[in-house]
Design a binder for this molecule. Structure first.
Ligand code: GDD
Ligand code: MG
Length: 349
C-alpha cells in the first residue's frame, strides 16, 4: 500500500502567502502543512509516500528530504507543467503500480484511514472517495450516493440549482491500479471532471466512504487557513493535538500571553504586549503594548509599539510600524512593511 499526495497546485487563493511558500508547506501552528498529512498516513501504517509536485518543487524537497526525519520514505515526481489531478497520478505511474491512497495536498483531517481501506476492501471497490459534509458545497465536488454506498453522481463545482446534498469530495481516495488504464498518458486530466464521471459511466465499483465524527478542512483560502488555526488552538480536532505551545522565547513578566496561544522559539515579547488566541512563528518581536489577537504571524516579523493585529495573517519578515492597525481579514505577504500609524481596513467616518 502506498500514498500519493497531490501537491502541485499554485495555491492562488492563498496569495500573497504562497508567493514564496508553496501551499503544501505553509506553516500550520508552526509546522509545515504536509507533516499533518504524513502523520495521517503513518497512523494507518503507510510509509511509502510519493509527493506529486509542480509549483516550487525544490522548496518542498529541500524541507522534507527523503522523509527519514519523519519516519517515512518520500519520493518525488515533478511535472514539467501541471498535468491536472488525475494526470499527476498517471505521471507517477511507474512509482505507484499498486493500491494507492491519494490525498489532495491541502486538506487537514483526522480521518481514520484504516477504516476507509478496510471498507474499500470489503466492497471490492475499484475506487473509493471519502466524503465530508459542508455548509456550502458549491466550491467543492458534490457527491450523491446510493444506500449501499455506491456513487450515483459526481458533480464538480456545481451550479446553485444542481445542489441536492451537502456531501462533498473530501479529496482522499483509495484507488486500485487498474484505474490508471482509464487515464490518458501525457495529457492534462482531472479526477473530478474526467476519471470519476468516466467510472460512473462504465458502472465500475465506485464507492463513497462516509466517516463518522471526523474533522475536515481545505486550508486553501485565507478564511480557512485562519479557521484551522483557531480549531487546533481550541483543541477541536480530536486526533490532532498541538504538542508544544511554547518554544524557548523571552517575555517580559508583565506581558499577557493567553493559554491558547502558541509562541515559536526565539521570540521576544516586551512589557505590556498582549497575545490572544494566536500563533507567532519563530523569531518574532513584539514591542511594548503591541496586541495580537486571533491571528497567525509567520517567523521573523516585528510588531511595533502599541500596534494591533486582529483576525489577520501576517507573512514572514514583516514590519508593522508603531501604533499601526492591521484590521480583521488582512493578509500581508512576506516582507510587508507598514509605516507607523498605518491603518488597514475601512475608513470610519
Ligand atoms: N501535481 C499536481 N498537478 N497537483 C495538482 C494539480 C496538478 O496539475 N492541480 C491541482 N493539484 C493539487 C493541488 O495542489 C491541491 O492539493 C489538490 O490537487 C486539489 O486542487 P485544488 O486546486 O485545491 O482543488 P479544489 O480545492 O478547488 O477542489 C478539489 O478539492 C476539493 C476538496 O478540498 C476537488 O478535488 C474537489 O472535488 C474537492 O471537493
Ligand atoms: Mg483545495
Amino acid at each position: 500500500m502506498q500514498a500519493l499526495i497531490l501537491a502541485g497546485g499554485k495555491g492562488t487563493r492563498l496569495r500573497p502567502l504562497t508567493v514564496y511558500t508553496p501551499k503544501p508547506i505553509v506553516p500550520i501552528c508552526n509546522r509545515p502543512f504536509l507533516l499533518y498529512q504524513i502523520d495521517t498516513l503513518r497512523r494507518a501504517g503507510i510509509t511509502d509516500i510519493t509527493l506529486s509536485l509542480s509549483y516550487q518543487p525544490d522548496k518542498i524537497e529541500q524541507l522534507l528530504g527523503d522523509g527519514s526525519d519523519h519516519g517515512v520514505k518520500l519520493r518525488y515526481t515533478v511535472e514539467p507543467q501541471p498535468m491536472g489531478t488525475a494526470g499527476a497520478y498517471k505521471f507517477a505511474e511507474d512509482l505507484i503500480r499498486e493500491r494507492t491512497v491519494v490525498f489532495n495536498g491541502d486538506i487537514l483531517t483526522d480521518l481514520d484511514l484504516k477504516t476507509v481501506i478496510r471498507e474499500h476492501n470489503d466492497r471490492k471497490a475499484l475506487a473509493t472517495v471519502v466524503l465530508a459534509p459542508v455548509e456550502n458545497p458549491r466550491a467543492y465536488g458534490l457527491v450523491e450516493t446510493e444506500s449501499d454506498g455506491r456513487i450515483r453522481q459526481f458533480l464538480e463545482k456545481p451550479d446553485e440549482d444542481k445542489i441536492t446534498v451537502n456531501t462533498i469530495n473530501a479529496g482522499t481516495y483509495v484507488l486500485e491500479p487498474k484505474v490508471l488504464d482509464f487515464i490518458p498518458a501525457g495529457e492534462n486530466h482531472s479526477f473530478e471532471y474526467g476519471l470519476f464521471p468516466n467510472l460512473l459511466e462504465r458502472k465500475e465499483a465506485f464507492y463513497a466512504h462516509i466517516p463518522q465524527r471526523t474533522y475536515w478542512i481545505d486550508i486553501g483560502t485565507p478564511e480557512r487557513y485562519l479557521q484551522v488555526h483557531q480549531d487546533l488552538l481550541a483543541n477541536r480536532v480530536a486526533r490532532i493535538h498541538i504538542k508544544e505551545r511554547r518554544g524557548n522565547f523571552e517575555s517580559a513578566t508583565i506581558a499577557e500571553i493567553d493559554e491558547l496561544s502558541m509562541i515559536g522559539d526565539d521570540c521576544q515579547i516586551k512589557p505590556g504586549a498582549q497575545i490572544i488566541n494566536s500563533v507567532l512563528g519563530a523569531g518574532c518581536f513584539l514591542e511594548e503594548r503591541a496586541r495580537v489577537e486571533n491571528s497567525v504571524i509567520w517567523p521573523h516579523t516585528r510588531v511595533g509599539t502599541a500596534a494591533t493585529v486582529r483576525n489577520a495573517i501576517v507573512g514572514r519578515g514583516c514590519h508593522i510600524g508603531r501604533s499601526a492597525t492591521v484590521a480583521a481579514g488582512s493578509v500581508l505577504g512576506d516582507k510587508t512593511s507598514l509605516t507607523d500609524y498605518t491603518m488597514t481596513g475601512e475608513i470610519k467616518s
